[in-house]
Design a protein around this ligand. Structure first.
Ligand code: NAD
Length: 480
């Protein structure tokens, strides 16, 4: 039997008040697994955005004066509320996004962890004293909040990604206006509810939903916003980054990836295949750090593929609220359409289909876990992020070739390697162009670890102690 849900009526959260859709344009929201109507997304108007901007501007004056400890205590209370509400929030997350309930539960718990991490880390946003050239002078370096932040979150991690942006902003003393993805508003609104219930002053956080380009354009052209944080595709990141540059707003951009996995001849193949399958099909592959291009040493390629296919074939695909489901549907209709085009192109160019590829004949945006082997480098899918349950293999014969293949794309988010050789591991650490590297594991994403990319995967770090940097500016005070 499916787990029951209690999906809320969608509203805007503006300057501490909940605003119903009344009178605003709305769009229908559907469960991606069944196609069932689950709600109506209100579209923020210019007037709503003005309210949010005014609220963020005026609340910034007092919020920045609040002690880091007080801000941290509030975030910790909100974290506690998220944990208490976890069963309901996780079920609603699954309903709007599709991922299996076990993954949704882990995600809500991770969002609570992130609130707590930044609550603590805000208390360690230390400045420093620089020895001056004169004994009469003291140079103080102060770290100050940059100001009101506009944040834009995607649909693949509706709790964790907004949590990173909101918690880092609030812990630093910034105020924040966030736009969750159109597909997954309820989870972000639940974060706002927890913060509001924990005592967040009005205006420190507003949540606006609706037309993404209207909202981002309006907010970024305002003089109030001092920083933007965006997670999503490289194309949209480039667009928002250009807008932010016009206003000289600081930006953190977490964009696409196309993670390579280098499997060396000396790797433990059973272990590598188990880890790769688990991570490839997590959230149906809709993960920016999802392992995708598997470059396998030519002598172990077929053995690796065989292990990968055996494990993939055993995955249970279904509604995320159905107990036992290991992979849910894709989050929207754009993904299956994009995947079919990429797979056809690769097969036309000579790739081998080992499993998957067909539609699952049922309601919703389901797609079978798929492996294409020996995919030619010129295939579109070897350049474009598939962002779905699609694994690709190719071969290499020596380390230099493996590194060249790993670094051949303009992306540089996550990368992985499997080897028993410490020498090879060191070379990977030094030579792979990426923001996060997992060697013999894929555990690279926690509250306490920095998360971000290089090259066209963006810039800025969202986790770890580095996560506060984007929200703080540096002021020198020369005091005599
Ligand atoms: P998309 O680029 O249309 O949208 C991605 C996200 O950006 C959505 O949540 C959307 O609300 C938001 N967005 C789009 N236009 C915007 C604008 N003008 N202003 C503000 N926000 C805007 O892509 P999509 O079809 O939803 O997803 C496909 C691609 O997006 C994937 O192939 C992947 O590369 C990328 N993506 C990356 C991540 C990530 O975690 N880095 C997450 C989701 C999607």
């Amino acid at each position: 039997m499916m787990v029951a849900t209690d999906y809320p009526v969608l509203q805007l959260f503006l300057v501490g008040r909940w605003q119903a859709a009344a009178g605003r344009v709305t769009t229908a929201l559907h469960d991606p697994a069944s196609g069932m109507l689950i709600g109506h997304l209100p579209h923020a108007t210019a007037d709503d955005l003005d309210q949010a901007l005014n609220g963020a501007e005026s609340a910034f004056k007092s919020w920045r004066q609040t002690s880091a400890m007080e801000r941290g205590n509030l975030l910790k209370r909100a974290a506690q509320l998220l944990r208490e509400r976890l069963p309901t929030l996780a079920a609603n997350l699954t309903l709007e996004q599709g991922k299996p309930l076990t993954e949704a539960r882990i995600e809500i718990a991770a969002a609570a962890d992130i609130f707590e991490w930044f609550a603590e880390e805000g208390r360690r946003a230390y400045g420093r004293i620089i020895p001056a050239r004169s004994v009469d002078i003291r140079y103080q370096v102060l770290r100050e909040p940059v100001g009101p932040v506009a944040a834009f979150a995607p649909w693949n991690f509706p709790a964790v990604i907004p949590a990173r942006k909101i918690a880092a902003a609030l812990a630093s003393g910034c105020t924040c206006i966030i736009k969750p993805a159109e597909e997954t508003p309820a989870t972000c609104l639940a974060l706002a509810q927890a913060l509001s219930d924990a005592g967040l002053p009005a205006g420190v956080l507003s949540v606006v939903t609706g037309d993404p380009s209207f909202i981002s354009d309006y907010l970024l052209r305002s003089n109030v916003i001092r920083k933007i944080s965006f997670t999503g595709s490289t194309a949209v990141g480039r667009q928002l980054g250009s807008l932010a540059a016009q206003q000289l707003q600081r930006s953190t951009l977490e964009l696409g990836g196309h993670a390579p996995v280098l499997v060396f001849e000396d790797a433990d193949l059973d272990r590598a295949a188990a880890i790769c399958v688990e991570n490839k099909f997590r959230n149906a592959g809709q993960v920016c750090i999802s392992p995708t291009r598997f470059y396998v040493h030519e002598r172990v390629h077929d053995a690796f593929v065989q292990r990968f296919v055996e494990r993939t074939a055993a995955l249970k695909v279904g509604h995320g609220l159905q107990p036992g489901t290991q992979m849910g549907p894709l989050a929207n209709s754009r993904r299956p359409h994009a995947l079919k085009g990429l797979i056809k192109d690769a097969l036309d160019r000579g790739a081998e289909l080992h499993c998957g590829a067909q539609d699952i004949g049922r309601e919703g945006h389901f797609f079978r876990p798929t492996l294409l082997a020996r995919v030619p480098a010129e295939s579109r899918v070897m350049q474009e992020e598939p962002f779905g349950p699609l694994a690709l293999t190719s071969t290499f014969s020596h380390l230099e070739e493996a590194l060249e293949l790993a670094n051949r794309l303009p992306f540089g988010l996550a990368a992985y390697g499997f080897t028993e050789s410490i020498k090879t591991a060191h070379t990977l650490s030094n030579e792979v162009e990426c923001g996060m590297l997992g060697i013999n594991n894929m555990q690279i994403n926690f509250a306490e670890t920095p998360f971000g990319g290089v090259k066209h995967s963006g810039f800025g770090s969202e986790g770890g102690s580095e996560g506060l940097d984007g929200y703080l500016s540096t002021k020198l005070v020369s005091l005599s």
